[in-house]
Design a protein around this ligand. Structure first.
Ligand code: NAD
Ligand code: TYD
Length: 345
């Protein structure tokens, strides 16, 4: 087992987003003597409401900045001995409409962070990546960390590019970096463009649930807390230069997940609406997680229990997502779903 590291001030980029904000809470809970500097551009997906309970906590500081802005990043990184980079453009469908923006944040932004980390002598850099860098694994079998990366859409290609830059900094400059490749994550505070919160909130609103293609695609769902414990373990115990798969070991067919959501909310299956498929839609992802398990990690949350809790959270926090859905989201929804022939109600 690798030695346990400790840090004093951790920069968490993208910390106002879904997984990042959950991680900031876990970090301060598990390491009460740490300080955290959250850096976030507050794009449509960044939401300070996710961190509102930390206002006034002397261990927490927020900096509004773009990870691609070298000057701002160098200033914010002063005194940090670790960086955990969650900041990314993160939605596959949006990457089909605007691939360039994804390259700017998910590749160039990673380079800017690495360069600043090198200049500041940061002790550890953790890049949050995704199972999507492997491309899909249509039948049987699971992706392992040594497999070739075969990304198939602009989002996953940009995330793979970010990983390549991280590897370059390990080999060229001896920067101490590790990578996590998480699977599809769900839980509270997830922006409702993603599958599970979109299905939940549309069902509550009585709107159609848009199912791409035949709905038989499969994803390995991971509860956000389990994703965050995996990240925290790799930050503290991961071996320099290594990547670790963090997956839920819980493969589900999209249509089945949508049906479970309708059942729990007491809504009719008539709300399911098959719409035009996503171009280049990855059919299935599956991860071998034995490497992270050997480090001491395991997912502890049951999918059906946590899905039910997540549905209840969205039902109890309508203000949080209704504010989002009435803003920029409405324009995105028209743009994405009208072209798929969806009745968007
Ligand atoms: P999210 O879209 O909810 O949050 C992204 C955050 O990054 C937002 O707060 C946004 O404001 C910020 N951001 C975006 N561009 C920025 C920039 N240029 N500079 C500074 N901040 C910027 O995303 P998420 O679902 O929480 O994903 C977080 C990370 O985890 C991403 O790197 C993503 O690739 C990875 N990941 C996500 C999943 C998933 O299922 N959601 C699975 C595996 C890996
Ligand atoms: P998503 O949450 O976008 O994650 P990813 O594409 O990164 O896996 O989508 C999860 C699955 O749900 C994916 O197979 C696409 C599908 N999907 C739909 O069928 N309808 C939708 O409206 C969305 C957003 C996704």
């Amino acid at each position: 087992m690798a030695d346990e590291r400790t840090f004093t001030r951790v920069m968490v980029t993208g910390g106002a987003g879904f997984i990042g904000s959950n991680y900031v809470h876990l970090l301060l809970e598990r390491h009460p003597d740490y300080e955290v500097v959250v850096v976030d551009k507050l794009t449509y997906a960044g939401n300070l409401a996710n961190l509102a309970d930390l206002d006034g906590d002397p261990r927490y500081r927020f900096v509004e900045a773009d990870i691609a802005d070298a000057e701002a990043i160098e200033r914010a990184m002063v005194g940090c001995d670790a960086v955990v980079n969650f900041a990314a453009d993160s939605h596959v469908d949006r990457s089909l409409h605007d691939p360039g923006g994804f390259i700017r944040t998910d590749v160039h932004g990673v380079f800017v962070l690495l360069e600043a980390a090198r200049k500041h002598g940061v002790a550890r850099f953790l890049q949050i990546s995704t199972d999507e860098v492997y491309g899909h694994f249509p039948e049987g079998g699971e992706s392992r960390e040594g497999d070739r990366l075969r990304p198939r859409n602009p989002y996953s290609a940009a995330k793979a590019g970010g990983e390549m830059m991280v590897n370059a900094y390990v080999e060229t400059y001896g920067l101490d970096c590790v990578i996590t490749r998480g699977s599809n994550t769900f839980g509270p505070y997830q922006y409702p463009e993603k599958f599970i919160p979109l299905m939940i909130t549309n069902a509550i609103e009585g709107r159609p649930l848009p199912i791409y293609g035949d709905g038989q695609q499969r994803r390995d769902w991971l509860y956000v807390r389990d994703h965050c414990t995996g990240v925290d373990l790799v930050l503290h115990r991961g071996v320099t230069g290594e990547a670790y798969n963090i997956g839920g070991g819980n493969e589900q067919v999209n249509l089945d997940v949508a049906t479970l959501i309708l059942d729990r909310l007491g809504k009719s299956p008539d709300l399911l609406q098959h719409v035009g498929d996503r171009p280049g839609h990855d059919r299935r992802y599956a991860l071998d997680t034995s490497k992270a398990e050997a480090l001491g990690w395991e997912p502890r949350h049951d999918f059906s229990i946590m899905l039910a809790e997540t549905i209840d959270w969205y039902a109890a926090n309508e203000g949080w997502w209704r504010t989002i859905k009435s803003g920029e989201f409405a324009e995105w929804y028209d743009r994405n779903y009208a072209t798929r022939g969806a009745h968007i109600g």
